[in-house]
Write a protein that binds this ligand. Structure first.
Ligand code: KIV
Length: 267
């Protein structure tokens, strides 16, 4: 595996060549080394760490200090993959908070891109961060930080109005300067249409196989679930002897387009 570091331009070039982008969440240096040597293109220090590491029911309790800490841990083990870190709950409530959070994730944590959940309410912040040289990854569809307003973890974009809103916000995020977009738990046809319409890479999770790339929570793809695994995930650990072999199988399945399969595409 080439150690040439992946940049946002690398991912844009992969999209234009039709090469699928492979991404996993990552929360520490040991996993970062393993994922890097397996050829994962993008490591996401997701605030899902609040659930899979800390045992919370939602991502809401995760603080900026915790995100900075885990991003710095991953950054020490990551040489090749692009390092993206989540802005945690309410870090975008004001432009000042968003600037402070992005600065800390990049300067103390070593993140190269910050991910922000939301559409219209965060659009101006995305524009201002991008104008200041901060690469931003948007996140639409199911936005876990809004779980208390949504009333649960549900697929989004299944009716006309909600699909229209996601289409509109995706284009608006690109216009505001976002360099990539995560679409979570939206119908495959809608995700595919958005991926074909946008110039920026669209990474799906529970969004079908037509996105430019795929991301999963690393614990889900290793079968480490205390409850019912997400319907769109696959346990790559079953039948394999090591975590390295499971991650390599995930990388191969995403690259060749065999993950997600129809059974892992609920809508
Ligand atoms: O926090 C996270 O892990 C995420 C992914 C599920 C996309 O946002």
């Amino acid at each position: 595996m080439s150690a040439v570091p992946i940049s946002v331009s690398t991912l844009a070039a992969m999209k234009s060549r039709g090469e699928r982008i492979v991404s996993l969440t990552c929360y520490d240096a040991s996993f970062a080394r393993l994922l890097d040597s397996a050829g994962v293109d993008l490591m996401l220090v997701g605030d899902s760490l609040g659930m899979v590491l800390q045992g919370h029911r939602t991502t809401v309790p995760v603080t900026l200090d915790q995100m900075v800490y885990h991003t710095a841990c991953v950054s020490r083990g990551c040489e090749r993959a692009l390092l993206v870190a989540d802005l945690p709950f309410l870090a975008c409530a004001t432009p000042d908070r968003a600037f402070d959070a992005a600065a800390r994730l990049m300067q103390e944590g070593g993140a190269q891109v910050v991910k922000i959940e939301g559409g219209a309410p965060v659009m101006e912040i995305v524009r201002r961060l991008s104008d200041q040289g901060v690469p931003v990854c948007g996140h639409l569809g199911l936005m876990p930080q809004s779980v208390n307003r949504l009333g649960g973890y549900r697929f989004q974009g299944r009716d006309h109005a909600s699909a229209e809103a996601i289409r509109h916000d995706a284009l608006a995020l690109q216009d505001a300067g976002a360099t990539m977009l995560v679409l979570e738990c939206v119908p495959a046809a809608l995700a595919g249409e958005i991926a074909r319409t946008l110039n920026i890479p669209v990474i799906g999770i529970g969004a079908g196989a037509e996105c430019d790339g795929q991301v999963l929570v690393v614990y889900d793809m290793l079968g480490l679930n205390s409850g019912r695994p997400p319907s769109f995930s696959r346990d790559f650990m079953t039948g394999r002897e090591s975590i390295g072999a499971a991650v390599a199988a995930y990388v191969a399945a995403v690259r060749e387009g065999s993950f997600p399969a129809a059974a892992e595409t609920p809508f």
